[in-house]
Design a protein around this ligand. Structure first.
Ligand code: ZN
Ligand code: ZN
Length: 332
């Protein structure tokens, strides 16, 4: 039996690099991808620290990883053999295709979606994975690590599309974590004027290195922005969103915080005529996300500069060193 290395979370605070059998026999419409780069996401940190996110509980060892870039190594019998060697980004959720939401195109709400690294579904931080051809997107001249950013960027692309961001919009992005920074790029790609509010020094500097207009919450003016993209999930961020959105504006709730943090003020929202959009994952975003990454590739450096080999990941998780970086990119 052929063996590969996989990053497996056994219990909270117990991540191991395990041997697993190499997946074989791709279906006719599948591809085999050699995974080369995997972004570490806040959700993985949650499972590592707490063993659960809401109703999703880690009850058995699970491979982590859902921000995936790689190279196609092999294709199923009905897939264009010309795809072998392509750099690709993998969309990590495979919806059922049959339910009401799937039929409407809103497959992010599919109750039967199989989403990588959401218990009990394994992720793909492993050397090889079999994935459906149609959820494996060409990333053209991007590197696998750049391609891995298509997943977190997809959230911003979906939010910008949901709010219908246009050139006359003034957008405030609250929180300059990876999703906030990438959401800012998604809005800039629609020619909006974008400001990012952040308090953390290293995130502020990451935003500046990405040529974004970064400020601190204290300097943000009230009633100013036609759209607020709330990416922090913090009580302070939610309050700031209420204050600085302009009348008849929009708030998109992207960051997921605790129930207590995410309280809305119905009176303020009603009197100012604010539309609130809940943003859960994304649908139909990868090709646009890949276009944006190609267009702004020179600005992505802060998201790509902290890379570690897979073997070093268990120690990194234990040391919490990843907290010092806006994105940790695991390379294989
Ligand atoms: Zn993620
Ligand atoms: Zn479905």
């Amino acid at each position: 039996m052929n063996i590969l290395k996989a990053a497996v979370l056994h219990h909270p605070h117990d991540l191991r690099i395990d041997d697993r059998p190499v997946p074989t026999n791709p279906g006719p419409r599948d591809v085999v991808v050699a995974i080369r780069a995997v972004g570490l996401c806040g959700s993985e940190v949650h499972y590592y620290e707490e063993g659960r996110i809401g109703e999703h509980v880690l009850n058995a060892p699970m491979v982590i990883g859902h921000e995936l870039g790689g190279v196609i190594a092999e294709v199923g019998s009905e897939v264009d053999p010309g795809r072998v060697g392509e750099v690709v980004a993998l969309e990590p959720g495979i919806p059922c295709g049959q339910c009401l939401y799937c039929k409407r195109g809103d497959y992010n709400f599919c109750p039967d979606i199989r989403f990588f690294a959401t218990p009990p579904i394994d992720g793909a931080l492993q050397e090889r994975v079999i994935h459906p051809d149609r959820w494996t997107f060409p990333a053209y001249d991007l590197t696998p690590a750049q391609a891995a950013l298509a997943e977190p960027l997809s959230v911003g692309v979906y939010a910008a599309r949901t709010v219908n961001i246009a050139a006359d919009d003034t957008v405030l992005v609250i929180g300059a974590g990876a999703v906030g920074l990438l959401t800012a790029l998604a809005c800039i790609s629609r020619n909006a004027t974008v400001t990012v509010a952040e308090i953390n020094e290293s995130r502020i500097s990451a935003g500046q290195k990405m040529e974004l207009n970064v400020t601190t919450p204290a300097l943000v003016k009230n009633d100013t922005f036609s759209v607020v993209m709330e990416c922090s999930g913090s009580a302070e961020g939610i309050q700031l969103a209420h204050k600085c959105v302009s009348p008849h504006g929009h708030i998109a709730l992207i960051g997921l915080g605790s129930e207590t943090a995410m309280q809305l003020d119905g009176l303020r929202l009603s009197q100012a005529g604010i539309t609130v959009h809940g943003i859960f994952r994304y649908a139909h975003t990868f090709p646009e996300a890949i276009d944006i990454l190609r267009k702004y590739r020179a600005r992505l450096k802060p998201l790509l500069e902290f890379t570690i080999p897979m073997q070093a990941l268990p120690e990194l998780m234990q040391s919490h060193e990843y907290l010092a970086h806006v994105k940790t990119m695991v390379v294989l």
